[in-house]
Design a protein around this ligand. Structure first.
Ligand code: PMP
Length: 396
């Protein structure tokens, strides 16, 4: 039966983690996987999440409704869209999803089911490794638009690529902290992207995996979303993940939403979201939804969460500066200013695949072969080691 089946290679980044775990060297450094680590290199359970878990206690194991926990949906959509007319008018359809990935999946399935005439999805080149796989698996044609050149966002090439899109197209926009480059459009550039999206009738899908985690402020990180929805009055899908912002990676907690033109369309899109949820996962998981809802709806815990966001984003920023300063003091050849100009958890170092391989072989430093590093993997104990290793790789 399976004689024609072909082996599908796993996502390369998971293989980086596998090699890291198999390495017994005590100086080894893992800059591959995109998960936050504290100053001791350990996973961090946020104090706000601990508080929420205490508050929840034993909540049993009953099913949630198909669309998920209502209080979670209400809080999560308010987080992304508070102050917008669409939110106040009740023109937003929401459905709990299996983290950010599940949110994108439901968005794609709902677009198909809604007969929205969208056949093509525009993504950035480079982008998060799952965008192409996910949307092509759903039967969309996927077009990659150049996004990055010489350590910065390549605005001109991006706009030229996007000009090819029309009203049969959707575009996936990284709301903030572009993965993998760490280069976001400026507000002025966002305005121009928004105008183009509006003129061409392209449907925007905001992939928002880092709201609050990027700058420490949700309102700051949600600026582009609110500009599109509230200033340009565009219909859009907003896909949220609480993996990074609450450290709830394995709980798979996210939200998909559709901002529509009327409460009636929102009601129809809600029914479609429920239908595609039913067809794929039936009921979303409960525990992460209860945690996130409790964090967002309990003032004292929400206040702690704001502090936690600043702790995480602040530590990442300080590691960017520390790495940059180390390279400056080593007088490492090349311009490294992109390390401090980029934002979010990831950075593109810009070194070659052979230098990446050398770092792994000689110095036990693990990273994606694209040269992307997860800044969260750096801490006071390993940043100097990494800077010296990088210096050596660049000079060799
Ligand atoms: N989109 C982007 C751009 C991401 O970086 C991630 C996390 N790596 C996700 C979506 C979704 O991740 P998750 O499904 O774990 O929420």
């Amino acid at each position: 039966l399976f004689h024609n089946a072909e082996f599908v290679p796993p996502d390369a980044i998971f293989d980086v983690t596998r090699r890291y775990l198999a390495d017994s060297n005590r100086d080894k450094v893992n800059l591959g996987q995109g998960t936050y680590r504290d100053e001791n290199g350990q996973p961090w359970v946020l104090p706000s999440v601990r508080m929420a878990k205490e508050e929840i206690g034993d909540c049993g194991h009953e099913y949630l409704p198909i669309a998920g926990l209502k209080s979670f949906r209400d809080e999560a959509v308010r987080l992304a869209l508070r102050g917008t007319e669409a939110h106040e008018d009740g023109r937003v359809a929401t459905c709990q999803a299996l983290s950010g990935t599940g949110a994108l999946l439901l968005a794609g399935l709902a677009l198909k089911k809604a007969d929205a005439r969208i056949t093509t999805v525009y993504i950035t080149e480079p982008t998060w490794s799952n965008h192409h796989l996910l949307f092509s698996s759903l039967g969309f044609q996927v077009v990659s638009v150049p996004y990055y050149k010489d350590g910065a966002f390549d605005f001109e090439s991006y706009m030229n690529g996007l000009r090819e899109a029309d009203s049969t197209s959707a575009v996936v926009l990284h709301a903030c902290a572009h993965n993998p480059t760490g280069c976001d459009p400026s507000r002025d550039q966002w305005k121009q992207i928004g105008k183009l999206v509006q003129e061409k009738g392209i449907f925007p899908i905001f992939d928002s995996a880092y709201l609050g985690f990027n700058s420490g402020s949700v309102d700051e990180d949600a600026w582009a979303i609110r500009f599109f929805v509230d200033v340009l009055k565009l219909e859009a899908s907003i896909c949220l993940s609480f993996a990074k912002s609450m450290g709830l990676y394995g709980e798979r907690i996210g939200l998909v939403s559709f901002v529509t033109r009327s409460a009636e369309t929102a009601r129809i899109m809600s029914s479609i979201l429920e239908n595609v949820q039913r067809a794929t996962v039936s009921n979303p998981p409960a525990y992460g939804a209860r945690i996130a809802a409790t964090v967002l709806s309990t003032p004292a815990i929400a206040e702690q969460w704001s502090k936690d966001l600043i702790t995480m984003s602040g530590r990442i920023k300080s590691m960017r500066h520390k790495l940059f300063n180390e390279l400056m003091s080593l007088q490492t050849p090349g311009d490294w200013s992109h390390l401090i100009n980029q934002t979010g958890m990831f950075g593109y170092t810009g070194i070659s695949p052979s230098q990446v391989a050398y770092l792994e072989k000689k110095h036990h430093v693990y990273m994606a072969d694209t040269s992307r590093i997860s800044i969260a993997g750096l801490n006071e104990s390993n940043v100097t080691y990494f800077a010296r290793a990088l210096d050596d790789a660049v000079r060799t």
